[in-house]
Design a protein around this ligand. Structure first.
Ligand SMILES: [Zn+2]
Length: 387
């Protein structure tokens, strides 16, 4: 597990590392609006403004809380967000799965209005007979206690090996009974497959600064330098092979289904799998790069697939997280994302070189991305009475 865990950990550090410059940038940019959007057919009231962020009821479908801490929950509630909190099989950075679930069940019971969660399973005992049955038994217990879905992570495909030393892939038949069970219980399968495509490119061809910085400083994790390991396309293919076998399951491809580099590819994926959704967590910068080249294509993508895209951030709270820093990071991320999606202001963010213009999506599209799609995918989530 060590290599992948270190990758994950370093990425979180990078995230916090760019926080201050981002906040400064945001401060400088507010007021630098450059209104030149296309307000053709829609009336001005068809759009939200920066000041509508607070009052709109919103859902973040991609959050990690693994300790009994309340910073994210308090900030979410204060800013009108409900959340889907995901378990992930990342040890030792995250607590063991049993502890993660205990924490999540407690937080869910204490905060049923904002806190819903998805569970996960480990590949422990993979080579022993009955592995699938054991996993199904545990999932059944998790579902009884309130889990709404199951997350599979990139350790499948990149790290976990069977007894012969072969990497285990998501389309392995041994997973089939598990995924069938998830579907039979009307639960959702969420998947993080592989890494961003940048990981397989030379540093100078990478498209966003966080990937450039990280992989130049950590060549051991830069897949471009490790052609002996599976290619980017292998991870996508394994995920798609699995989905071909489970076409009816409700599926969420997190991080734009790892197709972040091309809105055309994300669209083709959504066309191919009608029960699939994507979240935008930690990957909006990749769409901002595409916006620089062809804003219309990106805007059309959001409008065409408005029923299939959900807002998510990948915020996480760990034992050593400093609450004040996390709050700043959350606020900056929310404001940058909102500005990009609802306004047509020319803006900059730390991870993208150069400026780009916001997409100014119509209110109806924003309502779906920020709330309605999540409520459709997780209809029993969030005990808030009337929705
Ligand atoms: Zn995540």
């Amino acid at each position: 597990m060590k290599i992948m865990n270190a990758v994950y950990q370093m990425r979180q550090s990078i995230k916090l590392g760019v926080k201050v410059p981002l906040i400064l940038l945001l401060g400088l940019l507010i007021g630098c609006s450059n209104k030149k959007g296309d307000q053709k057919e829609e009336s001005p009231t068809s759009y939200y403004t920066m000041s509508d962020f607070q009052s709109l009821s919103k859902v973040d479908v991609h959050v990690h809380i693994n300790v009994e801490k309340h910073t994210i929950i308090e900030e979410a509630r204060a800013n009108n967000f409900r959340m889907l909190v995901m378990a992930v099989d990342v040890v030792p950075e995250y607590p063991p799965m049993e502890e993660q679930l205990r924490v999540r069940q407690n937080l869910h019971q204490q905060n049923p209005d904002v806190f819903a969660y998805a569970t996960a399973f480990t590949l422990e005992g993979w080579d022993e007979p009955g592995w699938s049955d054991q996993v199904i038994k545990k999932l059944a217990e998790d579902f009884d206690k309130g889990a709404l879905g199951v997350k599979v992570w990139k350790n499948i495909g990149m790290e976990e090996k069977d007894k012969d030393g072969k990497l285990i892939t998501l389309d392995d038949p041994k997973f089939d009974p598990v995924f069938k069970f998830i579907h039979s219980q009307n639960k959702v399968l969420l998947s993080h497959a592989g890494e961003p495509k940048n990981c397989w490119l030379p540093v100078e061809e990478m498209t966003v600064n966080n990937d450039r910085d990280y992989f130049s400083n950590h060549p051991q994790y830069h897949m471009y330098l490790h052609p002996e390991l599976p290619a980017y396309e292998d991870h996508i293919e394994a995920r798609n092979n699995m989905l071909e076998k489970h076409r009816d399951i409700t599926f969420v491809g997190v991080h734009f289904a790892t197709l972040e580099w091309s809105v055309k590819e994300i669209g083709a994926f959504l066309d191919r799998f009608p029960n699939a959704y994507v979240d935008c967590a930690e990957r909006l910068s990749h769409l901002q790069v595409q916006t620089q080249k062809n804003r219309t294509a990106v805007r059309d993508f959001f409008i065409k697939y408005q029923d299939r895209i959900m807002y998510g951030t990948d915020f996480q709270e760990l034992e050593d997280t400093v609450p004040a820093e996390l709050k700043e990071h959350m606020y900056t991320t929310w404001m940058n994302d909102w500005k990009y999606l609802v306004t047509d202001e020319v803006m900059e963010v730390g991870w993208v070189n150069g400026s780009f213009q916001g997409l100014k999506l119509p209110k109806a599209v924003i309502d779906k991305i920020y709330r309605a799609n999540a409520e459709n995918v997780f209809p029993t989530a969030w005990d808030v009475g009337e929705k």
